[in-house]
Ligand binder design. Structure first.
Ligand SMILES: NC(=O)c1ccc[n+]([C@@H]2O[C@H](COP(=O)([O-])OP(=O)(O)OC[C@H]3O[C@@H](n4cnc5c(N)ncnc54)[C@H](O)[C@@H]3O)[C@@H](O)[C@H]2O)c1
Ligand SMILES: [Zn+2]
Length: 367
């Protein structure tokens, strides 16, 4: 079973294809997209650990269909989202002879997509690229057209809007993810349900209740295909209406104001999706304090995320002072008031402008 969603924004139109075994059908999709093998050298960008697991499968499939490809790798992990690695990949690309007629394939998680996509945006003033996501979190990263690298002063400081020509999401690759990486992606998937597909949220939570911890390993690839398609649907609907993040796209920041603070204060010990889960609960408490939701919803949200194996409370070693330091920095960026996307019901997140910083501090202090 394969699901296809065509994304259509001002800067481009591309299909997101989700299913099992898609890595083998990359050449078929390339032909479908009118990228013929003739005189076209393909560059595959992957981190070393993903390359060891999955590059051969893609390379063989391409070779069988007459495509020539070269594998370009970088060390696994967020640290590689840097200008230094971008330059390293450009060196590999240039030495391998990639030119304006080439196409890049980014194979891996959000880091490969962001870094490889940014290489595609700037190498020889821009090459087409196709994303081959291999993490659960990449369902978020591969839709929306944002690519880029980090700077020592801030994450994602350097980047571009450079949509792929296609996203081919092979759910069979998810099998080899660590539990930590499953949780990391699950935080964002559940967030997408929470803000735009209450049935998705409820299905994931009831499955987690029924199957218990690490339920993700017992869920079939068909089921993951459907869930991912629905999570992507939520994000797609929003980015289609607001590609450049001036309005609705802010809804996607639910859980992220407190989440980013938790991530930063823990020195990134907590993974992004885990921090988002903690952030969603804290931000629903802020909504409660502002009289926008009920205590029942806060409890339901907390119990649901916990049932999914996600953390829901701020680790005790993170002080409120440190969290507020990060949140105040966020506030400074926005001007005088703090705006947040607050969860208020299953299926509803509201943008609230002008949240008094004292309310946030109170909630982080007393819960
Ligand atoms: N562009 C966007 O809109 C957007 C949105 C959300 C997140 N992001 C970015 O995504 C990045 C995080 O993505 P990520 O969590 O996928 O990180 P990642 O790409 O570093 O992958 C996480 C780890 O999983 C490993 N891995 C990947 N696929 C695997 C597989 N199938 N089996 C086993 N191991 C595998 C990788 O080697 C890596 O160690 C961040 O840099 C974040 O800023 C971007
Ligand atoms: Zn996020």
């Amino acid at each position: 079973m394969t699901q296809v969603r065509e994304i259509s924004t001002a800067s481009g139109k591309y299909p997101v294809v989700i299913g099992s075994g898609l890595l083998r059908s990359v050449p078929r999709w390339l032909r479908h997209l009118q990228f013929s093998p003739k005189a076209r050298l393909l560059g595959i960008v992957a981190d070393q650990s993903v390359a060891e697991r999955y590059a051969a499968e893609v390379e063989e499939a391409l070779q069988e269909e007459g495509y020539q490809s070269v594998l370009m790798t970088f060390p696994s992990g967020e640290d590689s989202k840097s200008l230094r690695q971008l330059e390293g990949l450009a060196t590999q690309a240039s030495q391998a002879g990639l030119d304006r007629t080439s196409l890049l394939l980014t194979l891996g998680g959000g880091v490969a997509g962001d870094l490889g996509g940014f290489l595609a945006a700037v190498y020889m003033r821009g090459l087409p690229f196709v994303q081959l996501p291999t993490t659960l979190l990449a369902h978020d990263a591969s839709v929306g057209g944002k690519v880029g690298v980090d700077h020592p002063l801030a994450k994602n400081l350097l980047g571009a809007f450079w949509p792929p020509k296609a996203v081919l999401y092979d759910v069979a690759t998810l099998r080899t993810l660590s539990d930590e990486e499953w949780r990391n992606g699950l935080g964002e998937l559940v967030k997408h349900g929470l803000l735009g597909d209450s049935a998705l949220f409820e299905e994931i939570v009831s499955t987690a209740h029924a199957l218990g911890p690490k339920f993700w390993r017992q869920v079939s690839q068909e089921q993951w295909t459907v869930w991912l398609a629905r999570g992507i649907e939520v994000k797609a609907r929003i980015v289609e209406q607001d590609e450049r993040e001036t309005g609705m796209r802010r809804l996607l920041n639910a859980g992220h104001t407190v989440g980013h603070a938790v991530e930063w204060a823990s020195s990134y010990r907590l993974r992004h999706g885990e921090a988002v889960s903690i952030g969603l609960v804290a931000e629903s408490r802020i909504a409660l304090r502002l009289g926008m939701t009920s205590a029942d919803f806060v409890y339901l949200l907390e119990a649901s995320l916990a049932a999914c194996g996600l953390p829901v409370t701020i680790p005790s070693d993170l002080t409120v002072e440190r969290l507020m330091q990060a949140i105040s920095r966020d506030k400074k960026k926005q001007g005088s008031a703090l705006a947040m996307a607050l969860p208020v019901a299953v299926g509803e997140v509201r943008i609230v402008e002008q949240i008094p910083i004292e309310v946030v501090q109170e909630v982080l202090t007393y819960g």
